[in-house]
Design a protein around this ligand. Structure first.
Ligand code: MV4
Length: 456
């Protein structure tokens, strides 16, 4: 087992990793930027080393500084959390060269899933359902037209180096196809230094249903059920829940088996997530795989009783999975609300600054994952997520009731937050009946703005 782990991240996930390490008896080293000197994870880790100024490129993305800290502190492994270096194949490879375990998949697994057209090809070979479209990259206008004619409009043009909603264009006819094909290519070239694209049938307002996977280094893979992440705005998730309101035991078995096949197709060996696009009536397609621990992992932990961060660390240390699929049981219902320091009434403008009072909710079924405390200063340099409210109940109705109650209890002053929007959504009839998809926020947003005076 590891004796000491370096945490190459910040905020709530850094704290989450420290907690897992403490329970496992592993020493922790935090690396931090000058903006985070006063942060909880820096205070709670066994050791802490400043690695640079606030901009991520000079600190949390600075391989050299992080690896120097790893050498100085003589750590056995590095946990990258999510974001930053978590899906950086090059960094994972350098760690290996330095004889430091990267807590995540091997670099070739990251590479395989990071290139979306490659990943899709692997899924086709593994017989995982994929969205109808081009077999691999599309290299000219005529090919784009031919494929679009074959699958029928609308189509979506996706950057192979994209993902998470970046680098996509929709086309409804030949004329817009040619325009958007070139726009997508040049955009992708600029953003990812890789202009390669592929084309798929566009599914309008699908649900985003993802499966949690847990794998060891010996080829054992289990799935930990699904998360419905359809409540999102501009590819930023606001609310996630499990089970999905549309899930049935039979469909879970089928999708879960597909997710396991997907992971096995790349010899996956860590925690990971298979994202599916769910088009209704039991129709689903592989979208992409996330080769990291995700923000929304706690809702899966609440249903299964499995500590995913501990499991991830143990898997990286070479332990065998202690569970078979039949051992994985799901109990109850869990909903996560992401609380961001943003003003939802001002186009979600970031609202950094000093948090005067931070009074989180509590009581049965409530878990709050956060690094924030009263007096904490939210830096403008990083992601605006400041807390995750995780509400666990015996069924969906109880989980929603707990969400409402806990959001009412939550008091954050000094900065604007997304709490008013979250309160509005969890109080709506359509949310209560589980009728929503990835177009939901856009459709209801004007009503939220009009309801403003009732909420303040
Ligand atoms: C799609 C799609 C419709 N049809 N692919 C967005 C993120 C990236 N993982 C893929 N995404 C989509 N791919 C086809 N063929 C719609 C989306 C999409 C979406 C997917 C999941 C959650 C939210 C979304 C919002 C807009 C578009």
């Amino acid at each position: 087992m590891f004796g000491k782990i370096l945490i190459a991240n910040r905020g709530e996930i850094a704290l989450r990793i420290i907690r897992a390490c403490k329970e496992l008896g592993i020493k922790t080293v935090m690396v931090y930027s000058t903006a985070d000197a006063e942060s909880l994870p820096v205070m709670l880790a066994d050791e802490a080393i400043c690695i640079g100024p606030p901009p991520s490129l000079e600190s949390y993305l600075n391989y050299k500084q992080i690896l120097s800290a790893a050498e100085i502190c003589d750590v056995d492994a590095i946990h990258p959390g999510y974001g930053f270096l978590s899906e950086n194949a090059e960094f994972a490879e350098i760690c290996k060269t330095c004889n430091i375990e990267f807590i995540g998949p091997a670099s070739d697994q990251i590479t395989a899933m990071g290139d979306k057209a490659t990943a899709k090809k692997k899924m086709i070979l593994a017989k995982v359902p994929v969205t109808p479209g081009s077999e691999g990259l599309v290299s000219d206008e005529n090919e784009a037209k031919r494929i679009s004619k074959k699958i029928g409009y609308p189509v979506i043009i996706k950057a192979t180096a994209g993902g998470g909603g970046r680098g996509m264009r929709i086309a409804h006819n030949d004329a817009t196809l040619i325009m958007n094909y070139h726009a997508a290519r040049s955009e992708a070239e600029k953003a990812f230094k890789n202009g390669a694209v592929y084309i798929e049938k566009y599914v309008e307002n699908p649900r985003h249903i993802e499966f949690q996977i847990l794998a060891d280094k010996y080829g054992n893979v289990v799935h930990l059920g699904e998360r419905d992440c359809s409540i999102q705005r501009r590819h930023q998730k606001l609310i996630e829940e499990t089970p999905s309101p549309v899930m049935k035991p039979k469909l879970r078995d089928v999708m879960g088996a597909a997710a396991i096949k997907a992971a096995k197709a790349v010899n996956y060996s860590s925690v990971g997530t298979i994202e599916f696009l769910y088009a209704g009536v039991d129709t689903f397609y592989f979208m992409e795989m996330n080769t990291r621990i995700q923000v929304e992992h706690p809702i899966t932990e609440q249903l299964t009783g499995i500590d995913l961060v501990k499991a991830q660390i143990l898997s990286a240390a070479g332990e065998k999975l202690p569970w078979r699929q039949k051992d994985i049981q799901f109990k109850g219902h869990c909903i996560e609300c992401r609380i961001n320091a943003e003003n939802p009434y001002m186009n979600f403008a970031p609202s950094p600054g000093k948090v005067d009072l931070f009074i989180p909710p509590g009581g049965p079924g409530i878990r709050v994952d956060t690094h924030v405390y009263s007096g904490y200063k939210i830096s403008p340099h990083y992601d605006s997520m400041i807390a995750k409210l995780i509400c666990f109940g015996k069924d969906r109705a109880e989980a929603i009731a707990k969400c409402k109650r806990a959001l009412d209890e939550f008091h954050i002053s000094g900065v604007k937050t997304t709490i008013p929007l979250l309160k509005y959504i969890v109080s709506r009839e359509d949310f209560a009946s589980g009728v929503y998809d990835t177009g939901y926020i856009e459709r209801i947003f004007d009503q939220f703005m009009s309801a403003r005076k009732d909420l303040e």
